[in-house]
Design a protein around this ligand. Structure first.
Ligand code: GLA
Ligand code: ZN
Length: 730
């Protein structure tokens, strides 16, 4: 079988595999010719598009091979070390490096002078080695000279303290001085390196995030508000400023809602409408920084892919809005030792969902982190399995932070491909090399293949902010944790999920799950009603339908705009302290615990699926289902424990006729599918402690990693991975 696969690869056979997919659209256009690197197959190179034959979906892929490498900081090392790095990386099948992430002070030693000599040598070396270079713009950490000369470039924090030089991710996004120098640097870099065919991707700044509350930001906030509201009256109304006599009469009376202003502790605020707007504004301000650098680069480099590295469920930025400005989504995956695999899977699905396209894994550690309280080593096989999980959920690159471990400062104990010993005989390097060899063997096989789902979960940053700003009913209401509870239901059953924005096309799905849909924005009621009328199944929960986009309550009874389609009225919301629980009882007498909040509901056409067992609202409905048009709406009025939630979700999923990606019911293995041009790739992964049996329906089909067909009854060991290729017509 291995021989057969190799033969197919040589001919661009069944799955159109080539051993080394190194042709790149960008390069061809830039050079006018195809680059003649060692293994390029002229003419029979990979197709530009991977088609999903089943439903005719096509997906462009940005890269011609799986980028495998990561952050590389040779500038921290004497140049003698670089050649040794290249030797080790070559043996480890590393083909990509992200450089210049934090080198602003080095490449611009003063206001008047750029000094690119060292970066030139790094880029030349990597180009000679035929790397796919991810070139960062270095604007993620300010140079000391700038902070000294222009203190305004530093941020003012939530407590109102202007920061001094230090750390990173520290620039005020609305500082004209910062903007001027950041844009100039991006332009200089693009002018100098934009035509280098080995630059495969631009990486702007680094992990954009954080906030600033300085005078420049306050002024920019007022401009942003003026554009949004048009009049001061509209703003007063939106923020409900009659409350506590907060009416403002002039734009310059508005100040950022920080700890000195509307903030209540670090997390809450007296005026959620204002604080949510400040979050929107800050997300937009940082996005403007991104766009500014992107546009500078585009002046000199018309086509190379441009990205910045995101952070999964990071709260600060509205990533759906950001993704519209990015050529490809990339993100950094740093699970802790006890992060559930379902949570990591959800983050990948969210990152894929931002553009509905494959994404880049920009960073993960090959071994351990330094910034968690407990930085466990990845167990043997874990990094490999984690990497394949990433590819399974839509990644087209696997990159590490970092390639060589730093000698000093706070990341010196952060894992890296090359350890402090400098040895090429380490466990970590062996595992990196094994994975590198496998990915090289996969070539472009999986690139551009698509994840398809019948289920969608709504994820919305406005809701994330608004729910967690609410003062009452409970401090335990956590957005991401709630979304994850629902995601996990599907993950545990190998049912594919898309993570979608509030304004997605719901019609593509059989089932839409919108937990804690606290803020229902304009157009959403109509879109959800149309989806359900057309036969869709909607699941929503407590703390839904409560406020509009300004965080003002929909009057006339909860859950406001969802009331009619849910067929219920939630008259009151009880909050349960951590020491308290209630119980819900299903029609067949099954019981499940519930906590955090309990909606006290009246039926308005819906049927009750479960009711509360105790307290003064015993007997009132806790979970309901309403037939609406051709579809139905499930409303879950309390936080159910897993067993209870499963009962409701089983019924909803069965009604929606959604099924797992393989016929067998799940046994603990994760099975995730990407559909390629001619075959579907079933990524089967074992994250459990015991060996588990492979799904029988995959028996007889080849595992791309070994070339061997899956055997009937075969077991997959812990951290084992199979990528089973099943022709699409099957
Ligand atoms: C982030 C940053 C990197 C590095 C890693 C360490 O992802 O982007 O520069 O600090 O964390 O885990
Ligand atoms: Zn500022």
């Amino acid at each position: 079988m291995a021989a057969l696969i190799a033969a197919e690869q040589a001919e661009g056979g069944a799955c159109r595999r080539t051993l080394f997919g190194t042709l790149r659209t960008g390069q061809e256009a830039k050079e006018g010719t195809v680059r003649t690197a060692g293994q390029v197959q002229r003419g029979s190179g990979p197709p530009d598009r991977a088609k999903c034959s089943g439903k005719g979906i096509t997906m462009e892929h940005k890269f011609k091979r799986i980028l495998y490498g990561g952050d590389y900081n040779p500038n921290q090392w004497p140049e003698e070390v670089w050649a040794e790095d290249m030797r080790i990386f070559r043996n480890a099948h590393i083909n990509s490096a992200t450089v210049n992430v934090f080198s602003w002070a080095k490449i611009q030693p003063s206001e008047e002078r750029y000094e690119f000599g060292e970066l030139d040598r790094i880029i030349d070396m990597l180009s000679r080695e035929n790397y796919d270079i991810v070139l960062a713009t270095s604007t993620g950490a300010l140079p000391a000279w700038m902070a000294k000369r222009y203190p305004e470039v530093e941020r003012t924090d939530y407590e109102g303290r202007r920061h001094v030089f230090g750390q990173r991710h520290n620039a005020c996004p609305n500082s004209p001085v910062y903007q001027k120098y950041a844009a100039a640097l991006a332009g200089e870099l693009a002018k100098r390196y934009g035509s280098n065919p080995h630059i495969t991707c631009w990486h702007i700044n680094n992990e954009f995030g954080g906030e600033c509350y300085c005078e420049n930001c306050a002024a920019a906030f007022r401009v942003w508000l003026r554009e949004k509201y048009g009049s001061i009256e509209a703003l007063n109304k939106a923020w409900n400023m009659e409350f506590w006599g907060h009416t403002v009469y002039d734009w310059d009376e508005i100040v950022p809602p920080n700890a000195l202003g509307e903030g209540i502790g670090a997390e809450k605020t007296a005026f959620a409408g204002m604080s949510i707007d400040y979050r929107r504004f800050m997300s937009d301000s940082l996005l403007e920084n991104y766009k500014m650098e992107r546009d500078e680069i585009r002046k000199y480099d018309a086509e190379t892919t441009i990205t910045t590295n995101l952070m999964g469920t990071y709260k600060g930025l509205d990533y759906f809005k950001w993704a519209k400005e990015m050529d490809i989504v990339s993100w950094d995956n740093y699970p802790a030792f006890d992060t559930p695999w379902s949570y990591t899977a959800m983050c990948h699905d969210l990152m894929r969902g931002l553009k509905g396209e494959p994404f880049m894994l920009m960073e993960q550690t090959p071994s351990q982190q330094n910034w968690q309280p407990y930085n466990s080593l990845k167990r043997p096989g874990q990094m490999r399995a984690q990497s394949y999980q990433t590819v399974a959920h839509g990644a087209d690159t696997i990159q590490f932070f970092q390639l060589r471990r730093s000698v000093g400062a706070c990341e010196k104990f952060h894992g890296a491909v090359i350890a402090h010993s400098g040895s090429d005989q380490t466990r970590v390097l062996r595992e990196v090399s094994q994975l590198g060899a496998e990915l090289e063997q996969l070539g472009d096989t999986t690139l551009g293949s698509v994840n398809q789902a019948d289920v969608a979960i709504v994820f919305d940053w406005d809701n994330y902010w608004a729910l967690e700003y609410t003062s009452g009913p409970s401090v335990d209401l956590k957005y991401v944790d709630t979304i994850h509870q629902y995601y996990k239901y599907f993950y545990d059953r190998n049912i594919a999920v898309d993570m979608i924005p509030f304004d997605a096309d719901f019609g593509k799905y059989k089932m839409v799950v919108a937990p804690v849909l606290y803020m229902v924005k304009e157009g959403m009621k109509e879109a959800l009603e149309a989806f359900v009328r057309n036969g869709g199944v909607l699941v929503t929960t407590y703390m839904s339908g409560l406020v509009d986009q300004s965080d003002n309550v929909y009057l006339g009874g909860y859950p406001g705009p969802l009331r009619e389609m849910a067929g219920i009225w939630a008259e009151e919301i009880d909050a349960l302290a951590p020491t308290q629980t209630n119980t819900v009882v299903f029609a067949d007498e099954t019981k499940a615990q519930c906590r955090i909040v309990c909606d006290l509901m009246h039926l308005e056409g819906a049927e009750s699926l479960a009711s509360y067992a105790t307290d003064f609202y015993a007997g009132m409905p806790a979970v309901t289902r309403n037939a609406f048009g051709n579809g139905s709406v499930y409303y879950i009025g309390t936080r159910l424990e897993e067993s209870g939630l499963s009962l409701v979700m089983d019924q909803a999923a069965a009604g929606a006729q959604v099924s797992p990606v393989v016929a067998e019911s799940a046994n603990g293995l994760e099975v995730t599918r990407r559909i390629g041009e001619e075959c579907a790739f079933y990524f089967v992964m074992n994250f459990k402690d015991e060996a588990l049996e492979m799904p029988a329906s995959l028996a007889g089909h080849p595992d791309l990693l070994t070339g061997e067909p899956v055997q009937e009854g075969e077991k997959l060991e812990k951290f084992g991975v199979r990528i089973v290729c099943v022709p699409n017509q099957d």
